[in-house]
Design a protein around this ligand. Structure first.
Ligand SMILES: Cc1ncc(COP(=O)(O)O)c(C=O)c1O
Ligand SMILES: N[C@@H](CCCC[NH3+])C(=O)O
Length: 419
């Protein structure tokens, strides 16, 4: 089921014509579907019912507080990686008791903030971090709930930049050191061992790497048990992929089922999922206008008003995202060419898509699909371009959930030298 559909020749988000949104709010803009966020979140929760579970949405995928609020209302927990993300969860009315804190570089300030708020768990990524958390907790006379993020050295078979579970990646603690680290944790003041976690990468299109990692982690849990170190939750991270092009990732229910199958002998272990992309990617599109069409030799360019600063994935990972017209043309009204869809930024790598066979005209609108995750959150002001607005469609209602930045906001906080 898709909440972005054509009705006659016009693309709609739920019950709203995309052209109407673009006319009212301008382009480029991100447009999200509330029903899609809810459906994707519920797919995880419904599937996970067989086991005690908590879905902690990965805030980095799409951190708009309206998105977080929609998920919080459904009971979601959150996976965060910074004080900024945690503040967003609080601003969105999220439950801090359902927050897990990942990330390799947690600062003293961030740890203190999270500890005082009373988050569910720190996912610890190094021995040095473990000591830092212990010292801060002891000083504040608080107990920090912790989990060790284990790096299981498993190939996630995804893009190298978004693979996180190999021993050469900076994430987590080497699986061979994990037992020693748990032993240390059990002796340090201010810590309460709660769980074990792993996250092997993003945009995984098969379950096999997850299950291979899980096998290694289950052996570790057994070893911990024998040492008398009890854990109450297992956090399997995020990483489930989505279909951008021809990928066929498993449906969340299949993925969750396969994980549940492996945990049948551990009914009291709470299972935590940290999906980001699988919830947010296909809940959003990026709408952009063609400013100019241009032909150099045999090359056709459609130069659009959105660039790599608005959607970085194609430039950074050579990621393919579908690009479709917002209004379908009657056949034979425009000639189709092989286009590179490029942005306004002064970089050769500034493109949204390459080699797309499309019949295009100046000023028409295009929609880049699957842009709800790692779209706005990775955007920047490069080339002094204001960040664009975000719109949430809810049935036939349209809400501007983030205003387009103004030109003045670009240099807010900057100042001239006194002379
Ligand atoms: C620790 C952690 N959890 C969850 C996620 C979310 O991943 P995804 O969006 O692929 O589900 C990430 C990002 O890769 C992550 O680093
Ligand atoms: N930003 C990446 C995913 C990285 C996930 C964070 N560990 C993407 O757009 O695919």
């Amino acid at each position: 089921m898709d909440y972005f559909n054509y009705r006659s020749e016009h693309l709609y988000a739920e019950d709203v014509n995309i052209n109407d949104i673009a006319t009212r709010y301008g382009t480029p803009c991100y447009i999200y579907s509330r029903a899609t966020f809810e459906r994707h979140y519920n797919a995880f929760v419904d599937a996970a019912k067989a086991h005690k579970n908590l879905v902690c949405y990965a805030v980095k995928a799409n951190s708009n507080i309206a998105v977080l609020n929609i998920l919080a209302k459904l009971g979601s927990g959150f996976d965060i990686v910074s004080q900024g993300e945690l503040s967003r969860v609080v601003a969105a009315g999220g439950d801090v008791n359902k927050v897990v804190f990942s990330g390799v570089a947690k600062t003293k300030q961030e740890i203190t903030y999270a500890l005082e708020l009373g988050i569910k768990c720190f996912n610890v990524e190094s021995i040095a971090e473990l000591h830092r958390i212990s010292e801060i907790a002891a000083e504040l006379e608080l107990i920090a709930p912790i989990s060790i993020r284990v790096n299981p050295d498993i190939d996630a078979k995804t893009h190298p930049y978004i693979s996180t579970g190999l021993k050469e990646n900076k994430f987590g603690i080497d699986i061979n050191q994990a037992i020693e680290v748990y032993k240390t944790a059990s002796k340090l003041p201010g810590l309460s061992i709660q769980g074990i976690d792993f996250h092997i990468g993003s945009q995984l299109t098969e379950v096999t790497p997850f299950l291979a990692a899980l096998d290694k982690i289950l052996l570790l849990i057994e070893e911990l048990n024998q040492l008398g170190i009890k854990i109450t939750h297992l956090d399997v991270g995020g990483g489930l992929g989505v279909p951008y092009q021809e990928e066929e990732p498993p449906h969340p229910s299949l993925y969750v089922d396969k994980i549940n199958d492996k945990l049948a002998h551990l009914p009291n272990l709470e299972l935590i999922f940290e999906p980001g992309r699988a919830i947010a990617a296909n809940a959003g599109i990026l709408v952009t206008k063609i400013e100019y069409l241009k032909q150099n030799q045999d090359k056709h360019f459609a130069i659009v008003d959105a660039g790599m600063n608005d959607l970085l994935r194609p430039s950074l990972y050579q990621a393919w995202q579908n690009i479709i017209p917002v209004t379908l043309k009657a056949e034979n009204t425009a000639k189709s060419y092989n286009y590179d869809i490029v942005g306004p930024v002064c970089e050769t790598g500034d493109f949204l898509g390459k080699d797309r066979d499309l019949a295009l005209s100046q000023n028409e609108l295009l929609a880049v699909r699957s842009a709800g995750a790692y779209g706005f959150t990775m955007s920047s002001n490069y080339n002094s371009r204001p960040r664009i607005c975000e719109i949430m469609v809810d049935g036939n209602q349209v809400h501007e959930i983030r205003q387009r930045e103004t030109i003045e906001q670009l240099y807010q906080g900057e100042c001239l030298l006194p002379c």
